[in-house]
Write a protein that binds this ligand. Sequence first.
Ligand code: ATP
Length: 359
Amino acid sequence: MAAAVELEGVNVTFGDFVAVKEANLTIEPGEFFSFLGPSGCGKTTLLRTISGFIEPTRGAVRIGGQDMKGIGPNKRPTALIFQNLALFPMMTVAENIGYGLRVRGVPRHERDEKVKNLLIQVALTEHGHKRVSELSGGQKQRVAIARALAVEPSVLLLDEPLSALDLKLRQHMRTELRAIQKRVGITFIYITHDQGEALTMSDRIAVMNAGVIEQVGDGRAVYAEPRTPFVASFVGENNAIRGRISALEGDIATLETPLGTLKGRNPVGLAAGEEALLFVRPEAMQLRANGSTVGFEGETLDVAYEGSVTHVTLRAKTGQKITASIGANAGVGLPSAGENLRIGFQPADGLLLARPERH
Ligand SMILES: Nc1ncnc2c1ncn2[C@@H]1O[C@H](COP(=O)(O)OP(=O)(O)OP(=O)(O)O)[C@@H](O)[C@H]1O
């Protein structure tokens, strides 16, 4: 089967400004694929390029194996759901869902049948007769999805569709969206700056920074095996410590840092003498560390209780702030502000990456 979407050397420029740089990517049929990155990194531009609202300055977009050059948004097998949903508030739910079919001249009985099935797929069977203005935020989201699905796109493009919802509903809708995607079985391409959304819903994620796709992988890969300092810092929380590599021993490298000698994994194969950044997740930091770990001294600045976890902010002797997140069941006593202690981590939980200047 042809790939759902292929990007080959896609560049999008606005005047001198490069919004998307050399995007190369293959998205498979039936995949839930997310673009994750901060505001302004080019996610929307890329989505609009796939949907046909923007032509790439250079490179090719293929959908279902077919080159999309010169094919307008209405002629592409894609449907786009915007942040504001753009539903018709005075129409009923069923009318909204059937709208695209009516415009296309689909006969009434066929339309009704389809709308009925779509109401089942988005779990709104009881609500077909209601006006959209009578629905909750989450129900409106589902209407927008059903309306987009009605015209049978092979790819559904979603531009931060949950951003207007409150936190609880947003979290609930993640599960809903994923379930709907599994039921209908088509490709979903989702853009978000919320890493929690990307990690919980996606089969794979492309992490973008300043127009560049820095890494593509499943949630575990981008969280546990980031390949660039940007990905390591953007996906989840991370502590970053600068230093220079002094020794290599198998997978583990030793790093001389202003905080002392530390160690970490060296997956990108940095050489002795190279400048590096050592990343250690807050949850991998241990308080009152003993001999089996590498570590340094720190002063407790702040202890923030958050229920399942407590975030302890420490100041190393260089002034750098380090965060340690301690699970409620970790069985360690929490320090009090001002207390000095040794903080440590297992070398296997440290990750060494090249300093950005190298790129
Ligand atoms: N039509 C345009 N003309 C000029 N610059 C543009 C145009 N559209 C987007 N840009 C610029 O391209 C960059 C990427 O914008 P884009 O909307 O793709 O970002 P984004 O990652 O989707 O951000 P957000 O999450 O804030 O929507 C931004 O710096 C933006 O100002």
